[in-house]
Design a binder for this molecule. Structure first.
Ligand code: BG6
Length: 483
């Protein structure tokens, strides 16, 4: 495996401890020749390398499956780990870092910015000033990139003055998830679905990312962001792109990203009136998850008691193009929901002339359900005959459980994405124009929701969100799958 240096800003933060270090550990453990790996975690805390390693080991024990965590594998991984305390907002602090690279030559160099977006520009400028940006360098920018179109543009301009576009990896970890990759395989590795994959046969699409967790320890950060910026502008819209895009001419980065961009640009802009009817935002109040009482959002640590930040969003989106005109795409995400569930449901139209009665008396079209979490599975809901004398039909499921089929541990999204950065593969990362189009579409919603007096609807923790979200979809004659 290629030798590389990875500098991880935010090295003691939540993302590094929960996701990035576990992912690097797993790849290190499974890589035959990892001799040339060097990972330098950078953080504000004045701790020693040993103290950092102890923290990392503790996190890995917690976040890596017990069957995959071994002390000897950690000891080998630890040999390539280092730690530097540095104030990322002060250019003078970068001198120490430069010293570490004195003999690094043309090795691949990755700067991973797992920090708040307001530090992206100053970190990149300090890296450049310290002479650390080489032609072989890459920078990884975590989401959310900015808080609106203008701030995202500002960051992209400034970072773009230091790194070429093909050196910038804007990460959206949903694109690295195995089942999302499988959605690409399903659509472009099979001819079967393509003739059905349009307004002619699809009646509606639902994309849900529901979480049972609250804001955990990140209250202050989350309160400045909210669910629209945290989940919709990136994860949900990226899933929508993969689902709705035209077949690209190849799997090359720009071929794929050109097609995704067309989807984002085809999103019909939402007017003020649309936002009132087609967008719902919610905020959880106290309730119970799995039988345990949980606090409301306003009582979480770091949240002002008057906060109007949304922890839930449901939206109806439409695409203005020939393939999808008139097909509603319902997007929904929330914290403290009844279940942890990420899934895509494509509902097809009913048969044009039904001659067979259904057992329930109700009619429904076939459904393709792609579950990303907690299971990685795909199921096709078809009609089959009810056993017995009479000719009546009822829905049955043809299922594929990816875990059972492949019989191997599926890689975590960050494992794949980190290796892609090192190998220089940009396909699963967002290009600047995609980000721009995504912000452009959400901006009117952000504006409408920031009007004084506009407050999110309240929902009980442990439910499926505010009643208005059910009403939003019921108005079109559909329902969320779980309700
Ligand atoms: C992150 C959000 O991007 O995705 C978090 O910032 C959210 O708020 C997380 O919890 C969900 O990711 P996953 O992979 O656990 O579904």
């Amino acid at each position: 495996m290629t030798a590389f240096d990875l500098v991880l800003f935010g090295g003691t933060g939540d993302l590094a401890m929960r996701k990035l270090l576990p992912a690097l550990y797993q790849r290190h453990r499974d890589t035959a020749d990892a001799a040339g790996w060097r990972i330098i975690a950078v953080g504000r805390h004045p701790i020693t390398r040993e103290q950092f390693l102890a923290r990392a080991q503790e996190s890995l024990r917690r976040f890596v499956a017990a069957t995959d965590f071994h002390d000897d594998a950690f000891a080998r991984f630890a040999q390539c780990l280092d730690y530097r305390a540095l104030d990322a907002s002060r250019a003078e602090s970068f001198g120490d870092l430069a010293a570490l690279f004195a003999d690094a030559g043309e090795r691949i160099r990755v700067f991973y910015l797992a920090t708040a977006p307001d530090l992206f520009v100053s970190i990149c400028e300090s890296l450049a000033a310290a002479g650390l940006v080489t032609p072989q360098s890459r920078v990884v920018l975590e989401k959310p990139l900015g808080r609106d179109l203008a701030s995202a543009n500002r960051i992209n301009e400034k970072v773009g003055a230091i790194f070429r576009e093909d050196q910038i990896y804007r990460i959206d970890h949903y694109l690295g998830k195995e089942p999302v990759q499988n959605l690409v395989a399903l659509r472009f590795g099979n001819a079967l679905l393509e003739p059905l994959w349009s307004r002619a046969w699809v009646s509606n699409v639902q994309i849900t990312i529901a979480e049972t967790v609250g804001v955990e320890g990140r209250g202050e950060f989350y309160d400045r962001i909210g669910a629209l910026r945290d989940m919709v502008q990136n994860h949900l819209l990226q899933l929508l792109c993969i689902l709705a895009m035209e077949p690209p001419t190849s799997i090359d980065a720009d071929a794929v990203r050109d097609e995704k961009l067309k989807v984002l640009r085809a999103l019909k802009p939402l007017t003020r009136e649309d936002i009132t009817t087609s967008a719902v935002r919610g905020q959880y109040r106290a309730g119970a998850i799995d039988g345990e009482a949980v606090a409301g959002y306003l009582d979480e640590q770091g949240i002002p008691s008057t906060s109007s930040t949304e922890t839930f969003v449901a939206l109806k989106a439409e695409l203005g193009n020939w393939r999808w005109a008139g097909v509603p795409f319902y997007l929904r995400t929330g914290k403290r929901m009844q279940e942890r569930l990420a899934e895509i449901v494509v509902t097809f139209r009913d048969v044009p002339h039904p001659i067979l009665p259904t057992a329930s008396g109700a009619r429904e079209g076939n459904k393709l359900v792609i579950q990303l979490q907690p299971e990685e599975s795909l199921s096709l809901h078809m009609m089959a005959k009810v056993p017995g004398d009479e000719m009546r039909v009822r829905p049955v499921q043809l299922g594929l459980d990816f875990g059972d089929t492949v019989q191997t541990r599926s890689w975590d999204a960050y494992e794949r994405l980190l290796m892609d950065v090192i190998r220089g593969r940009l396909t699963l990362f967002m290009r600047r124009d995609e980000l721009d189009a995504a912000w452009r579409w959400v901006e009117p919603i952000l504006e409408a929701w920031s009007r004084p007096g506009d407050r999110p609807k309240s929902y009980t923790a442990g439910s499926w969100g505010p009643a208005a979200a059910s009403a939003l979809i019921a108005r079109d004659g559909f329902g969320w799958r779980e309700e």
